[in-house]
Design a protein around this ligand. Structure first.
Ligand SMILES: C[S@@+](CC[C@H](N)C(=O)[O-])C[C@H]1O[C@@H](n2cnc3c(N)ncnc32)[C@H](O)[C@@H]1O
Length: 205
């Protein structure tokens, strides 16, 4: 299950009943935005700074990255930001009520490029079904990647799922979204001159 570490932004789920009442977690009824696989957390920290009227929850499986994110917020007063150290596959199935989130980000998911590893890709139909359940009706799912084959694989997965509707005109992605904070991976991909793909879907459940 999840582990916890000292730091205001570290969420210890053992303090709460499951499924989590997110109003209790954040101490208000503001909408909640979820990021899956937040890495060092810089994207979510920036979003939480920009939008004090919203709450932000991130889930990251790697201990080192999780600790870096918590440490980065040590001297900040972000009441609207929590980091959870956990496998998102389990979290999205078990931790949240239906319609818990208004927006979900998956930024630069691990591409798992080898054929024998494709089953590890987080964009798969089971995972998307769980995301649809915890995302509000008409809520938004945003995915960013530098990996063209992952993008076409993702569109193949979405093609068989009626409830997520792509929001961008064909070919279904944009290469730039002004004002969107760049994640750590994104900064390094952009430095290498790699193309970035942004996808956006609404949850028409
Ligand atoms: C390529 S990195 C991108 C990190 C960050 N989003 C960025 O853009 O800088 C993918 C991240 O997803 C995390 N991750 C992969 N599978 C996960 C899972 N099942 N649950 C939570 N995090 C996961 C990895 O540990 C890693 O930090």
């Amino acid at each position: 299950m999840s582990k916890t570490y000292p730091g205001k932004s570290s969420l210890d789920i053992t303090d709460f009943y499951i499924p989590l009442n997110l109003s209790k977690v954040f101490g208000n009824k503001n909408e909640v935005v979820l990021e899956i696989g937040f890495g060092d957390g810089d994207f979510l920290i920036e979003m939480a700074d920009r939008h004090p009227e919203k709450n932000f929850l991130g889930i990251e499986i790697k201990t080192k990255r999780f600790k870096i994110a918590v440490k980065s917020t040590q001297h900040k007063n972000n009441e609207n930001l929590r980091f959870l150290h956990m496998n998102a596959n389990i979290a999205v199935e078990e931790l949240f009520f239906e319609d818990a989130f208004s927006l979900i980000y998956i930024n630069f998911p691990d591409p798992w490029p080898k054929d024998r590893h494709l089953k590890h890709r987080i964009v798969n139909s089971e995972f998307l079904a769980s995301l649809s359940r915890i995302l509000k009706k008409d809520g938004v799912l945003e995915i960013a990647s530098d990996h063209k084959e992952y993008i076409s694989h993702s569109f193949d997965v979405f093609k068989n799922i009626s409830y997520f509707k792509s929001q961008y005109p064909p070919p279904g992605y944009l290469h730039n979204l002004p004002n969107r904070p760049h994640t750590k991976y994104e900064r390094s991909f952009r430095k290498e001159g790699r193309e970035i793909f942004y996808l956006m879907f609404t949850n028409n459940k």
